[in-house]
Design a protein around this ligand. Structure first.
Ligand code: ADP
Ligand code: ZN
Ligand code: ZN
Length: 739
């Protein structure tokens, strides 16, 4: 018999199937999905995955050397990996890697993560005679085990005030046995959380619930867009449909944005279903913790998986439902190979398993709402807040007028007034800024010089302690006091940031306590969580932060949200900039007044007339959608087309240009020759044309993605790989970052 094998390697040339003979001695051990060792090249061993078995090969084949894992991955998963590899232009093995237990990706290279084991002692026979037991300590140990049964050795030592020597002694005499057992590293499940009961759904919720249940009962694929403002009761619906799925002995996956995956979120699920039913997967877990979660899913203990996008690939069996919460979030698109979108992969999995897929959001991605409008997916709307809370009052402050009145600080008169009142009332405030760092750019006002990174063609960012930092490669330099270009001392640190804002606030309100959250303060494990907990529990007056403050948490005492600068993400040279700004503003606004206290939001902007800001003030998604979708249609942007970027990068600029132009010519010939309905743009430098000393060029394609175009791009990539080994070529569909 012959096995068709995929080599575990990200070398592009190895992205194909190789035939190997299954020797007689391994006959019963090699199956589809086995992980095996094979000879490759000269005296080299490689790891591979068996993807098919057939009777003979047209090639002269070598023997498989050994089997590492008989049943490593299922046939369905291999099919999914093959589909993804083609669709996202990468190696099949890159996709298979997503589906393997954490820390076990390659046995040849890795020191594998193992189950964590601990030693337990137990008495062998309760009725044995204790003739030879003389010491008190030994007697105490035996008595303890007789009464309490199996005990962790370290606990036993401490509870009986004995020592390891005493325990060993009893073991040697044959009174007790010692066993190593697997224990779970579980960061969430140590806590005792009180169970809660399900709530009586309101009419809107019931309507949505019934629709989804019909799809569950009928065992068919259907996609739902659950569109409802924050607090409208989406999560309660998730909980109840998951229960429905659980009752029919099936499993559920719920994806949430990495940053919203807080204990608060998870605890709500634990309170409803118990910790034993839930597995949590995200990148902040240690490799060991993730490995254990993975195992609990694999052996069927955990029936509900909550996690960031890669949780989609957990080894869950009998899948009955997939939920994507905050479906508009850009973290669902992977920016590394495989460059997949979790929504597309979920759709594929849901279709194959005949199960419903729920997309939930208060500000759906334009493409999702568009599909709902065209009745491709089913729209379920929640128009009211479930706990009868009111949406906060939103006010816009024109920063141009503020400047004209001579106020140069980051805080307008209106915002100052509201912060002051809030401090008096001992209520909390969140100040949100769309940028980080102290000041963004350093500019010479005489010659226009800006400090740029020597490795990357982007501006350096000013941090405290007179340091300039490159956010792409980490390069640091001392801030200059005179212009290196024209010697002028007229240097301005242009732009504003969270550090500077915190300093200003401390000056204006010396009595206020503040806490800051941005990428600089959030780096340690759990630190994001710690800052939010501290803000809440210590009742700190003002939380100052970037994007991160927007998500996940519920702060009953926050009654004021100030958007210090709303414009940071407008005009970003990305067709989604306006959509993102609208989403962010709507989300920040949702932070205020979620409980009994009424909330107020103040948005400071230089563009008060921008429709995005106006409609965010009105919290009117539909009107925003209508305006923006008309623009997208006119300008031919998604969802009216797909954008594919073919990117080239390398240290030799000439080579990068040559390769990208060559590939462009190839594409052009094909597109014209086969009359393909594609807009192909010529090769040009990327918006950031140098990162970490690598020059970057790209080709942009607008099209309606189909099989023929996927083939075309895959063949273009092959040509590029052949042409130059030193150029990295990638292709990305609808990238979430256009830079
Ligand atoms: P979302 O996920 O849309 O933000 P949640 O499900 O978190 O909304 O609900 C917001 C608040 O309303 C929560 O405190 C929740 O307990 C409460 N809630 C949700 N549904 C109901 C209901 N049917 N009856 C009473 N309270 C509800
Ligand atoms: Zn200058
Ligand atoms: Zn750099």
């Amino acid at each position: 018999m012959i096995a068709q094998v995929i080599i575990n390697s990200n070398v592009k040339q190895l992205n194909k199937e190789f035939d190997y003979n299954i020797p007689e001695r391994l006959k019963n051990k090699v199956h589809i999905g086995s992980r095996i060792l094979i000879p490759f090249g000269r005296n080299k061993k490689q790891e591979g995955f068996v993807i098919a078995i057939k009777n003979n090969s047209e090639f002269k084949v070598k023997d498989i050397l050994d089997v590492e894992d008989e049943e490593y991955i299922t046939k369905e998963r291999i099919n999914l990996a093959e589909w993804m590899a083609r669709r996202y232009f990468c190696n099949v093995s890159d996709c298979i890697k997503l589906m393997l237990p954490p820390g076990t990706t390659s046995r040849i290279v890795a020191n594998r993560i193992k189950e964590r084991t601990m030693k337990f002692a137990n008495i062998i026979d309760k009725n044995i005679e204790e003739k030879e037991v003389r010491t008190d300590k030994q007697k105490r140990v035996l008595k303890f085990l007789r009464e309490n049964g199996e005990t962790l050795i370290s606990d036993l030592e401490c509870l009986t005030d004995s020592s390891l020597a005493v325990i060993k002694n009893l073991y040697n005499k044959g009174y007790i046995k010692i066993e190593e057992k697997q224990v779970e590293r579980n960061p969430f499940i140590n806590k005792k959380i009180q169970r809660d009961k399900k709530l009586e759904l309101n009419i809107e919720q019931k309507h949505a619930y019934n629709y989804i249940c019909t799809a569950i009962v009928n065992k068919k694929y259907e996609e739902f867009l659950l569109f409802g403002v924050t607090g409208s009761g989406k999560t309660e619906i998730y909980l109840q449909v998951i229960e429905k799925v659980l009752n029919s002995d099936k499993t559920s996956i719920m994806l949430v944005p990495e940053i919203s995956l807080t204990p608060q979120t998870v605890n709500r699920f634990i309170a409803r279903f118990g910790a034993e039913n839930i597995a949590v997967l995200h990148s902040k877990l240690s490799m060991g913790e993730r490995f254990d979660q993975w195992n609990r899913i694999k052996c069927g203990k955990a029936k509900i998986v909550i996690g960031a996008r890669s949780a989609l690939f957990a080894p869950i069996d009998k899948l009955g439902l997939i939920i994507i919460d905050e479906e508009h979030d850009s973290s669902y698109k992977s920016e590394m190979s495989p460059r997949y979108h979790a929504k597309e992969v979920s759709r594929k999995i849901a279709k194959e398993n005949n199960i419903p897929l729920i997309l939930g959001s208060a500000t759906p991605e334009l493409g999702s709402y568009y599909r709902a409008e065209k009745k491709e997916i089913c729209l379920l709307e929640l128009k009211n807040r479930a706990n009868r809370g009111n949406l906060p009052e939103v006010e816009i402050v024109d920063l141009k007028k503020e400047l004209a009145n001579g106020n140069r600080s980051m805080i307008s008169v209106r915002l100052y007034e509201e912060i002051r009142k809030n401090l008096e009332k001992r209520q909390q405030t969140i100040l949100f800024l769309n940028r980080r760092g102290y000041s963004t750019f350093v500019i010479c006002r005489d010659c226009g010089y800006t400090a740029k990174c020597k490795n990357c063609n982007i501006s350096m960012t000013y941090h405290s302690n007179n340091i300039l930092k490159c956010h792409y490669c980490g390069y640091e330099m001392q801030a200059m006091s005179k212009c290196p270009n024209c010697d002028s001392k007229n240097i301005k640190y242009y732009g504003t940031g969270t550090q500077k804002l915190e300093e200003q606030i401390k000056k204006i309100f010396p009595q206020a306590t503040t806490i800051r959250m941005d990428i600089d303060t959030v780096s340690k494990k759990n630190s994001h969580e710690e800052i939010l907990e501290k803000f809440k529990n210590d009742n700190i007056d003002i939380l100052i932060g970037t994007q991160m403050v927007v998500k996940g948490h519920h702060f009953p005492n926050v009654t004021l949200v100030g958007v210090v600068s709303a414009d940071g993400s407008l005009n970003l040279g990305d067709y989604r900039a306006t959509e993102r700004t609208f989403q962010i503003l709507t989300q920040v606004a949702g932070r205020a007044g979620r409980d009994k206290l009424p909330g107020k939001v103040i948005i400071q902007t230089y563009e008060p007339e921008n429709y995005c800001i106006e409609l965010a003030k009105k919290q009117n998604y539909i009107e925003f959608y209508n305006t923006e979708i008309a623009l997208r249609k006119q300008l031919k942007y998604p969802p009216f087309c797909d954008i594919i970027i073919i990117g080239f990068s390398g240290t030799n600029e000439e080579n990068v240009i040559k390769t990208s132009k060559h590939v462009h010519n190839y594409l052009k010939e094909k597109v014209i020759g086969e009359n393909m309905p594609i807009l192909l743009y010529s090769a040009i430098p990327a918006p950031i044309d140098k990162i970490k000393n690598k020059y970057r060029w790209r080709i942009l394609i607008k099209c309606k993605l189909d099989d023929k175009i996927i083939s075309l791009v895959n063949s273009a990539l092959k040509i590029s790989y052949k042409l130059s080994q030193n150029i990295r070529t990638i292709a990305d569909i609808n990238p979430s970052n256009m830079m």
